[in-house]
Design a protein around this ligand. Structure first.
Ligand code: DX5
Ligand code: ZN
Length: 555
């Protein structure tokens, strides 16, 4: 069974948008902490948690305890996406008589714990974990605590107690976003080490400074430390936690408060504040403009692909693009599913298998079994019936579904019916066959046209730009509508993969910022553009935005 990566991502995006909508309508609430735990909740709700929205008190359900209860909009939004109640109910957030209050309350069916008084959720979880043991039940208890909340002495009493009673049916997540209500956690009550200045990223440069994991380890917990925004790391941590016997598990998730909206990220102001109505469309556009970078390993040393995978991992790639060529659909041969199977144990990073093979319907199962997280087949060698078969097989296995088109192919008519459930469309910008070719400039126009058609037809997946993408053209590819970018020679062909990926990201961000300022200007003239720019108070973002806005004459 695959990771369900793309579906989880889509649901997380929907939930984030609901957080923005509901806190805006309420005029208050906590978007920052809802966003820092967005992926934790996404991975639980859409992959691991056992629940039945039509029977919220089902006895054998897993229990999800949100101890950092102020992040209730995040919980409620996911409950709506998961089917507990209609998404429109989020419009009643924090209103009199609503079951969706500022903090979770048991009067909302499906909520397990009345959060709000910080520091108590872990103790409560211990109670229900002990009860499950006494009753011989094997459901699991998942508890999310905050790092600000960790100031409370009760958290550490609970830490001792859970390990005393060997509660291996309890997994806690620490949403380690470094910010609490008043300021940075390391200034209020350091969990790791005193923070000099306000640069949180300084804290995380040097792992030897991380003390939080040691604290939990010394209390007898199994500790797993991960990037709390990476679905695949969360997934693997939860699987490991569930398999660990005799001790409770603490997953320390390095997260970013306000993650996914630049002006909210790492900004203590967004702990408990609602976005203004004129900013909401800009935030939604930004949320719709998340992007991913995927190196293509065939541009590296084909005799040592294991090492190329490691370079991608160390370079912080979002996923790895695997170009399978069979010597028939394209003249070249690269590798097949056997190689992918060999590479799979090296990393949990999603594998994006791009099948340039002539009869994909015959072989796609092998690529599922090899451990692909998304499989893309070419439109030129499919028809409605074979693609339908591929589509269904992939969906059943929780593997993403992709369709690729060559430079001289248009999206076929028969594919339209699959668009709402498709996860990716690869628009080839070179004739497939090898890496290191030049980007075909006509692709810009083709992609821009396609992306507006796809928008109209409710496509919610990613358009992936593949072939000849480099620092010069990646910004325009983003403007055309691409949200995933393959880099062969421009990433794997470079000595420093990490630097190359960082530069790719920076270029895309530049384009995204320009688009957002233009949108702000379009919606509310230079006043709104200035207001939006002014929200970016952390780091150097504001200076960069002002520069772009001045170049474009928008402020
Ligand atoms: C082309 C492949 C591409 C290619 C990418 O047939 O599908 O993924 O290898 O490499 P560059 O970025 O060098 O074109
Ligand atoms: Zn490719």
């Amino acid at each position: 069974m695959g990771l369900n990566y793309y579906q989880i991502k889509k649901n997380i995006l929907r939930a984030r948008k609901l957080v923005i909508k509901s806190t805006n309508l309420a005029g208050s609430g906590h978007p920052g902490g809802s966003f820092s735990m967005a992926e934790i909740l996404g991975c639980l709700f859409y992959k691991h948690l056992k629940f039945d929205p039509s029977n919220p008190s089902w006895e054998d359900r897993d229990r999800l305890v949100l101890s950092k209860g102020h992040a209730a909009p995040g919980l409620f939004s996911n409950m709506a996406v998961a089917g507990y109640f209609p998404e429109t109910e989020l419009e009643t957030l924090r209103k009199f008589g609503s079951k969706l209050q500022g903090h979770p309350d048991l009067k909302c069916p499906g909520v397990e714990f009345c959060g709000g008084s910080l520091g108590t959720g872990l103790s409560y979880s211990i109670g229900i974990a002990l009860a499950a043991k006494i009753d011989n039940k094997n459901h699991h208890i998942y508890t999310i605590i905050g790092d600000g909340e960790s100031d409370e002495g009760q958290v550490w009493e609970a830490a001792m107690t859970a390990s005393k009673y060997k509660l291996d049916n309890l997994t806690a997540f620490l949403d380690r976003n470094f910010i609490q209500q008043d300021s940075y956690t390391e200034k209020v009550m350091p969990l790791d080490k005193n923070l000099e200045g306000d640069n949180i990223s300084e804290m995380w440069k040097d792992a030897s400074r991380w003390k939080t994991g040691d604290k939990w380890r010394s209390f007898g917990w199994n500790v797993i430390e991960i990037d709390g925004h990476r679905i695949e790391q969360l997934n693997s941590a939860i699987a490991k936690a569930n398999a660990t016997k005799g001790v409770p598990t603490m997953v320390i998730c390095r997260t970013i408060k306000g993650k996914a909206v630049e002006h909210m990220e790492d900004n203590p102001q967004w702990h408990g504040k609602a976005p203004d109505s004129d900013i909401v469309p800009l935030i939604n556009l930004e949320l719709d403009s998340q992007f991913m970078i995927a190196p293509s390993i065939i541009a590296g040393d084909m005799t040592n692909l294991e090492n190329e995978v490691k370079r991608c991992v160390n370079g912080r790639a979002d996923y790895i693009h695997l170009d399978v060529m069979d010597g028939q659909f394209v003249p070249t041969k690269t590798f097949d599913h056997n190689k992918i199977k060999e590479l799979r144990p090296l990393t949990v990073i999603p594998f994006d298998s791009h099948l340039m093979i002539s009869e994909p319907v015959k072989h796609v199962k092998d690529y599922v079994e090899a451990g692909s997280d998304i499989i893309t087949v070419h439109a030129e060698v499919c028809d409605e019936s074979s693609f339908g078969e591929i589509h269904d097989l992939l969906k059943q296995n929780q593997v993403g579904v992709g369709l690729a088109i060559n430079p001289d192919t248009d999206l076929p008519e028969w594919s339209y019916k699959f668009l709402p459930t498709l996860d990716q469309i690869i628009v080839m910008s070179v004739v497939p066959g090898k890496s290191g070719q030049k980007y075909i400039p006509e692709t810009h126009e083709k992609m821009a046209k396609l992306s507006s058609i796809l928008n109209e037809r409710k496509f919610t997946g990613y358009i992936e730009a593949d072939g000849g993408v480099n620092l010069e053209n990646i910004g325009s590819c983003f403007e055309d509508g691409a949200r995933a970018f393959v880099g062969g020679s421009a990433i794997i062909g470079q000595t420093d993969v990490r630097a190359a990926i960082r530069e790719f990201r920076e270029q895309v961000l530049q384009s995204r910022r320009r688009i957002l300022i233009e949108k702000a200007h379009h919606l509310g003239g230079s006043e709104l553009a200035n207001k939006w720019i002014g929200l970016h108070i952390v780091g150097k973002k504001k200076d960069q935005l002002i520069k772009i806005a001045k170049e474009e004459n928008l402020i």
